[in-house]
Design a protein around this ligand. Structure first.
Ligand SMILES: C[S@@+](CC[C@H](N)C(=O)[O-])C[C@H]1O[C@@H](n2cnc3c(N)ncnc32)[C@H](O)[C@@H]1O
Length: 276
């Protein structure tokens, strides 16, 4: 165990190197994730309900033909946006790789008598059985993916959109990382986000050009596990290039998913791109 810890601490992972797999389905962590999604005071997993409502409204306003709108929500989590769009009359397919979030979303839709097609699926492997007018991927999940995964996802979404269909997503901007420092922090918890029992958390922050790592090494009485959380900082050119490579055109930028005016000092960039 000591040797493992020494090795983790001595060397930094390569950009986008995976740590523990299936993070989203860990029994304890997924419970904490869902709690964070639903906590109105936290913006760590989902934004506040006020922002979600105005985002959904703005995203829906981008759809030109409002008849039978088919929507694809990638990484839908507990369905906070899917429900809003469903209430506007859209037919929504929501995809997420967290069983707990998808189960919660399904139950919620059932109790509200909403027809939403929630699927427990890895969106990097999705084979779509229908076409969409609008695809969306909200809260900067695109930047978590490595360049090959981003290319594959964009091509797949492009293929599944109807002609004139749009893809809306947001990413963290380079401005968001202006104060980022490489550092380490060690904390002890009797019980917390990572484990229900006592553990030590060693957090390492690292920067590799435009790629950022928050690495959490969790040490408990039995084991050491490493979780690598990656993120990519974008500028508009980089984002546009990736979308154009996949075939998208008619690209426009906003500061966020509520349609805020494009702003160099925004922590996020929202892109709207069309399949022509
Ligand atoms: C930051 S959360 C955003 C959730 C939701 N869009 C929102 O803003 O409320 C990212 C979501 O993506 C899901 N996710 C991550 N990787 C995924 C994958 N490969 N396939 C499907 N869902 C994934 C996670 O389970 C999580 O619910």
């Amino acid at each position: 165990m000591n040797k493992k810890l020494l090795e983790i601490y001595r060397k930094n992972p390569k950009p986008y190197e995976q740590g523990e797999k299936m993070f989203w389905n860990d029994e304890h962590i997924s419970k904490q994730m869902l709690k964070a999604h639903l906590d109105e005071t936290l913006e760590s997993a989902s934004r506040t309900m006020k922002t979600i409502e105005s985002s959904a409204k703005w995203i829906y306003s981008l759809v030109e033909n409002k008849k039978n709108v088919d929507v694809l929500d990638l990484g839908c989590g507990p369905g906070l946006y899917a429900e809003q769009l469903s209430a506007f009359g859209c037919k929504v397919v929501g995809i997420d790789y967290s069983k707990r979030s998808i189960e919660y979303a399904k139950q919620n839709a059932l109790s509200k008598q909403m027809q939403i097609d929630y699927r427990y699926e890895n969106y990097l492997e999705s084979v779509f059985d229908k076409s969409f007018d609008l695809a969306m991927m909200i809260y900067c999940d695109f930047g978590v993916l490595n360049p090959k995964e981003r290319d594959g996802l964009l091509k797949n979404v492009y293929e599944t959109l109807k002609p004139d269909g749009i893809f809306v997503l947001d990413v963290f901007s380079q401005y968001n990382y202006k104060n980022f420092k490489e550092q380490e922090m060690i904390t002890y918890e009797d019980s917390g986000f990572w484990r229900s029992h006592p553990y030590v958390c060693i957090k390492k922050d690292r920067k590799y050009n435009e790629v950022y790592l928050e690495q959490y090494t969790i040490v408990d009485d039995k084991d050491i596990k490493v979780y690598n959380l990656w993120n990519t900082a974008f500028n508009k050119k980089k984002l546009k290039d990736e979308f154009q490579k996949a075939g998208f055109s008619d690209i426009s930028f906003y500061s966020d998913c509520t349609g805020g005016k494009d702003d160099e000092q925004s922590s996020t960039i929202c892109i709207v791109a069309r399949k022509k």
